[in-house]
Every structure is written in C-alpha cells, then in structure tokens.
Design a protein around this ligand. Structure first.
Ligand code: ZN
Length: 391
C-alpha cells in the first residue's frame, strides 16, 4: 500500500483546494444547494461511476458494483457564524496556517467530505473496488435533524449498505457509538382571567413549576447511574396569555433528553408519566419541522435510541486495521459525546462505525480548523477501510 501513500501525496494540493472551495461556500442547514453542486461536479470530474441525488438534495457518489456495500457519510451543512468579528481567520476563507485549515465546517465536517470523496477516487484508481459497491454521501440538514437525511438516503439507495462509516470528527480515534436523543414537550393548561384578580384563574406556568423542579431532580438522579448515563435539560419554556395583564392559560417546556444504552421508548414513556404524575400536564415527543433547499417540507419525530458497536465486530476490526495501516499508530476506541447521523443506520440494523478528520472541541466554535495531515490520513484510512471491509 505504499502506492496509496504515493498517490495521496500527489493529490495533497488538490484535496486542500477542494476543501478550501467547499469551506468558502456557506452552507447552513437547509441552504446546501451551492455546496452540493460543487461536490457533485468534483465527483463527476473524478470519474465516479454514478451520482444519485435525493429529493432533499443529498448527493451520493457511487463506485463499483460488487456485493459488499459500504456507505461513507458526511453532512454538508454547518452551524451558522454569528461571531465573525471574533475569528482570527475569515470563516469562509479556508486559510492554511501551520498546516491547519481555518473556516466554518473545517472540523464539522467538510474535511470528511474532502477525505471521503478522494478516498473513493483512490480506491477506484488503485483497483480496490473488486467485489465492492461504495457510496460516498454528502447529506443535508444534519445539524438540526440528525439521522433524518441518512435514513432517507439508505431507503433510496439501490443496495442496502453492509457497513456505514460516519465521518464526524473523532480526534484520531475510532467511535463506537453515542448516546441517543429525545426531544420532549410537556404542556400545562390553565384558565385565563384578568391579571388584576388572578384568584379567578389558573396559572399554567405555576402548574408547570412543580414539573420543572422534577426535571432538575430527574437529571441529578440520572447522573448517579454507573457508566454511561442519560441526562435531561429544560431547554426552552413558553407560555401564552391574551395580554401582559392576563393569567397565562398555556405553558410548554421542551426537554432535551440524552439516552444511555437501554433507555428505550418504553423506559422514557414510564419516566415521563412519572414526571407529570399528579398534575394535569400532558407530554409528547417533539416533531421537528423542516424544509430542505429543494423546498421539500417534512417532520422528524425526535426520538433516536443510542447505539454502540462491539469492539470485536468485523466493522470495528476493519477500521482498526485501516487506521493502523494508514498511520502506523495504535488505534483507540471511544464513544462520541454528541449525536450523529449514525442514528439512522443503526436503527436499520446496519453495522456503523465512526472515524473522521477534524477536532471535536473545534466544532461550532470560532476559529474552527482542522489539521491538513489528519485530512490526508483520513483519506487513506477510508481507502484502506474500503479494501479491508468484506461482508
Ligand atoms: Zn457534524
């Protein structure tokens, strides 16, 4: 595989230019049109066998037509920049300083797009595609709707993947999974009346206050669990009253509940029923509404269970070999703290593993950057993974 090192070396400038180009195109969630076009063009120029586009605007490059099917997924949307004046480098400039490229999406996760697009190309160039079908996906809207796009992609692909690689940044470690995520709403109703005589009404916010206490207590209890634990936070509260001189008749709180292994819907259902016990409140799972750049509207049911791959699973073993072969270093396994599109593939029972260039603590931060050497290494790691993984 010295051949792979040589080819990758030859293409370092081209990979760098491609990454700079896609960083320079702003692509906030639901606004990925231009970056999608550029990624598609690059796949065409690199001689991808086919390119599939979904109704939501995802771009999936196809290579080979063998039986073992591998999907490498990166999302092309980023979080917004609202602190540009505090950045040392233009967030859409792609400046390279001391081997680091700066810009929104450098770590989360346009570097993985660059690595995976070129890894597919190298795999083809080197003849590593015998018996393989490789899908390289650049997916939409992950930041607000993690799992939604990838679920749809998997359902639309001609072949169901045997392995999915999630390219979110992993600090040169292999990610075996992450906690699940549920967004929950709790509602209380009151009786509106004039604010000058509140005794005539029922205040929906006061009805909620007992529940808010319980949310905080629940979070403290969850932290007492050994090992991986769930968490819950009240992330938003809203109430409606006919005016500022009236008793509010409705109150809603939103809970961001992170789910440990084994915290299924049944577990959360019981927990939520206990949370509102003795009150007149109701609760439900939040349906997040979205609209893609292709102008398709959708609702995403916000309940995704945690996932964790076995360290001895063939997909883990293949990724370890790929990492060790490409870097000459020993591999480390860990679990992400954040959530990813991996929800979608694992919910469909597809073995899924995480590895991506980029620095986790840079995500969503000013001066986001990535090490270009990590990008080149990830390119070779993905190419080797394509070679190593067999169904
Ligand atoms: Zn991300």
């Amino acid at each position: 595989m010295d051949e792979l090192n040589r080819i990758c070396k030859d293409y370092e400038n081209e990979i760098t230019d491609f990454l700079r180009k896609i960083i320079s195109i702003q692509s906030y969630t639901g606004e990925e049109k231009e970056v999608a076009k550029t990624i598609k063009q690059t796949m065409e120029q690199l001689g991808y066998d086919d390119i599939i586009e979904t109704e939501y605007g995802d771009v999936i490059g196809v290579l080979g037509d063998g039986n073992t099917t591998i999907l490498i997924d990166s999302h092309m949307d980023t979080v917004v920049v609202n602190d540009a004046d505090q950045w040392k480098h233009d967030p859409f400039g792609g400046d390279v300083v001391n081997g680091k490229m700066y810009g929104r999406g450098a770590s989360d996760m346009k570097s993985a797009i660059a690595s995976s697009v070129y890894a597919g190309y190298f795999a083809k160039k080197m003849g590593l595609l015998t018996g393989k079908t490789v899908y390289v996906s650049a997916s939409v809207m992950e930041e607000d709707f993690d799992g939604f796009a990838l679920k749809n992609i998997i359902e639309k692909l001609p072949k169901k993947p045997d392995a999915v690689v999630i390219g979110e940044p992993s600090d040169r470690q292999i990610a075996l999974g992450h906690r699940g995520r549920a967004l929950l709403e709790v509602h209380t109703k009151g009786v509106s009346c004039h604010g000058s005589a509140p005794e005539n009404g029922v205040n929906a916010v006061y009805e909620m206050s007992e529940i808010i206490q319980r949310v905080n207590e629940l979070n403290n209890t969850l932290y007492k669990n050994e090992g991986q634990h769930g968490s819950v936070v009240l992330s938003k509260i809203e109430s409606t009253a006919v005016s500022l001189n009236a008793v509010p008749d409705e109150c809603t709180i939103y809970l961001d509940r992170r789910l440990a292994n084994g915290e299924t819907f049944q577990v959360i259902e019981k927990e939520m029923n206990t949370l509102i016990e003795g009150t007149k409140a109701s609760w439900n799972v939040y349906d997040a509404l979205g609209r893609s750049y292709t102008e398709k509207e959708f609702a995403m049911h916000s309940f995704m269970e945690s996932w964790a791959m076995d360290p001895e699973d063939p997909i883990t073993v293949a990724m370890k070999k790929a990492f060790e072969g490409a870097t000459g270093e020993g591999s480390k396994l860990f679990h992400w703290n954040f959530s990813t599109n991996g929800f979608a593939s694992t919910a469909k029972g597809i073995p899924t593993i995480g590895y991506g260039p980029g620095i986790m603590k840079c995500c969503h931060m000013k001066d986001e950057h990535c090490e270009m050497n990590d990008v080149f290494d990830a390119t070779r790691i993905y190419a080797k993974f394509i070679n190593e993984f067999n169904n």
